[in-house]
Ligand binder design. Structure first.
Ligand code: F6P
Length: 328
């Protein structure tokens, strides 16, 4: 007979993402609904190592659904990468008789959870939260939709200057290894070109495309570049290269940076976080472990955590084609 889960703990780890609070709230409230105890762990795995945790009630998570960031705070813990660190973390779980851990974060956080599970046999469930959306097994990670809208609105503003001054803007959006934000925001904001790590456009084709835009009567242009794009060392070098080959362009660079991680979560992210939070707790109560909850075709689904870590989420090729067509 599997042991019945009586106490769950939840933490947020890695980069914060809008909607993480809504997920924490859903986890805590689902525990309250099923009459089990729920601990909130502060500062991710580092807080667990340092015993920085508190028993939460349904009321502990009031008034946070609309807030960006994570009220549990987050960290990228180096100590948790060590066996000694994980041992301390496990002892703290034991101290509080916690028998299940819900981890809200990205693939790095899930890797930590998976190792922890294998070493100490502690049940773990992952909830995907990262603006990069580079997680296999879900169409959307919490925070991605909000980040898309934040970045798109910023580019709309940049466009005002681009068209007022006949300029070519290179705008860098986040996505350490992935082009999901760049591709979608590029289409949504009407960018002339979109540079992403998944597709190597090449500098020659970029120049040709900009030349074509100019010849077709466009007086200003926006190129959206994913942070992880490999076209050149960085966006400034890329802009310099284009300036050198196309001196007729007045070129500017804008790096959107961490503004994309902040702000109030969109309705989509709040709803997604609520659905995934409820499901995560219910899986745990059903004695499930090593799963990630996610969304597929608007249905809440589960993926083996190892697959979620190892799998590669692929970009939507159709969007690339759409972008090529409508930027004619
Ligand atoms: O993974 C999310 C992300 O925002 C990436 O897009 C970015 O490269 C990275 O985190 C930045 O991390 P930090 O906040 O530690 O600088």
């Amino acid at each position: 007979m599997e042991k019945k889960i009586k106490k769950i703990a939840v933490l947020t780890s890695g980069g914060d993402a809008p909607g993480m609070n809504a997920a924490i709230r859903a986890v805590v409230r689902t525990c309250a609904f099923y009459n089990i105890e729920c601990y909130g762990i502060y500062r991710g795995y580092q807080g667990l190592i340092e015993n920085d945790l508190k028993l939460f009630t349904a009321r502990s998570v009031k008034n946070i659904i609309q807030k960006g960031g994570t009220t549990l705070r987050s960290a990228r813990s180096e100590e948790f990468r060590t066996k000694e660190g994980r041992q301390k973390a496990f002892e703290n779980l034991q101290k509080h008789k916690i028998d299940g851990l819900i981890v809200i974060g990205g693939d790095g956080s899930f890797t930590g959870a998976s190792i922890f599970n294998k070493e100490f046999n502690i049940p773990v469930i992952g909830i995907p939260g990262t603006i990069d959306n580079d997680i296999y097994g879900t169409s959307h990670a919490i925070g991605y939709d909000t980040a898309l809208n934040t970045a798109m609105e910023a580019i709309d503003k940049i466009r005002d200057t681009a068209s007022s001054h006949n300029r070519l803007f290179f705008v860098e959006v986040m996505g350490r290894d992935a082009g999901f934000i760049a591709l979608n925001v590029g289409v949504g904001a009407g960018a002339e070109e979109i540079l992403i790590p998944e597709e190597d456009l090449g500098l020659d084709r970029l120049l040709e495309s900009l030349e074509r835009s100019r010849n077709s009567g466009k007086t200003s242009s926006i190129v959206v570049v994913a942070e992880g794009d490999h076209s050149s060392k960085n966006i400034y070098e890329l802009a310099d290269y284009v300036k050198e080959h196309m001196p007729q362009y007045d070129v500017r660079v804008s790096v959107l940076g961490h503004m994309q991680r902040g702000g109030a979560p969109s309705c989509f992210d709040r709803v997604l976080a609520s659905r995934l939070g409820v499901k995560a707790v219910e899986l745990m109560l059903d004695n499930q472990s090593m799963l990630m909850v996610g969304l597929k075709d608007d249905k809440v689904t589960t993926t083996n955590l190892e697959d979620a870590i190892k799998g590669k989420s692929t970009i939507n090729e159709e969007l690339l084609r759409v972008s090529d067509i409508i930027t004619v």
